[in-house]
Design a protein around this ligand. Sequence first.
Ligand code: GLN
Length: 512
Amino acid sequence: MSLIHLSAAELSVKLTSGEISSVEATQAHLDRITAVDGDIKAFLHVNAAALETAAAVDAKRAAGETLHELAGVPIAIKDVLCTIGMPSTSGSKMLEGWIPPYDATVVTRLHNANLVLLGKTNMDEFAMGSSTEHSAYGPTHNPWDLDRIPGGSGGGSAAAVSAFEAPIALGSDTGGSIRQPAALTGSVGVKPTYGSVSRYGAIALASSLDQVGPVSRTVLDSALVHDIIGGHDPRDSTSLKDAWPSFAAAARAGAKAESLKGLRVGVVKQLDAPGFQAGVSQRFHESLELMADAGAEIIEVSAPNFEYAVAAYYLILPAEASSNLARFDSVRFGLRVNPKGGGTVEDVMAATRGAGFGAEVKRRIILGTYALSAGYYDEYYGSAQKVRTLIQRDFDAAFAQVDVLVSPSAPTTAYKLGEKLDDPMAMYLGDVTTIPANLAGIPGMSLPIGLAPEDGLPVGIQIMAPARGDERLYTLGATLERMLEEKWGHTLLSQAPDLGATEMFAATEGAV
Ligand code: GLN
């Protein structure tokens, strides 16, 4: 196996023992990016200083410094996160060439743990979208089928990880942008409890919903990254002051668990819908059987208000986004367009916002300002907030009966590029499974559970836990991951197309 096929945890073992250097690990990933990213387009920017950082980490290790377990491991960062010395565009022309004067707190924490930043990944403009087709810099392609979307908005991070361009990545999830791309690319993605990971330096979409989290190929790798980036940050006023357990310890314990006896797994009736793609439902039900065979109690629960979740989200999100995006006023950040023949401040602002924002962003700003306007505030925004409370109560009632909730991560596998681009409603409905967790602030993980028989594309299961119960995702996720690998005899991503650039894993028998 070449270095790019190793997980972050596996790289860490080899780095710690001195078998490989961080320069070697980083170079292998940079070579892979050079070889395949012309097709995938996961990266908007590759960090020119990556090898220099890697060499510095190697020097620290050689000098006998005590380093973090993941020191020297390369990581890709969604372009929604501010990084000193690297452009941070949030996928928009509005911020083209903008280099932030500060790092997001999560990025500072990666630096402190001596990880090596590979670069910035592509995303839908300002994280609005489910396919990465709304990026102002062109779409990212799904490594399983280059004619298909990788999901969104964090399609770049998920594609980078599943195309072996990076072992781990950071994403952000406002309505599913970590979990849905993870599902569509066969990777693992976690949206942590709201307030558990700092949002400082994450370019805001909808502040009451946004949460930064890990993307990886294994549950343990996500846990290791979550341990680094999580925890209180005085710079984020919504940051929780809790002390968090080690999620890596939870994942390691989960991977060893012999049985799921005593675990109550709730299946949300409304998210196990007959309208979902047949192969998605099939793989989901097979994983329920696997959990039941291992001793888990599978209980159907009802969440009647989930029916209104997408509608409420697409009022709350545009409302908050229209307010957050008001900061792009042609004065403080990025682009400025001067209208021909000059004009007033308003004229410059209008010309800049007209030229700098793409169609989806404009659509949501118009929707949001309408929902917040004096005459309609109560009717639209107020009603959506009430629905949000009802959805939180549905979760409370469900978690009174079960320890975790599960659903398919997305209603379908990856669709063709262009298929839903002109039909925003169809794209919005694809978020039906992921949005409830954001509205309630609870944590959720997407874990690959096989390929849909009809198209051979990855399917994910979503595991949700009560707020502050992130540990449960890692414990169950690692157990399920191990059980699936035992069943298949290999990992899901070992079946991914190799894109002709390297020797792949040893050939394995049997369908996933
Ligand atoms: N697809 C959802 C949207 O378009 C989620 C976006 C996100 O999580 N950033 O809003």
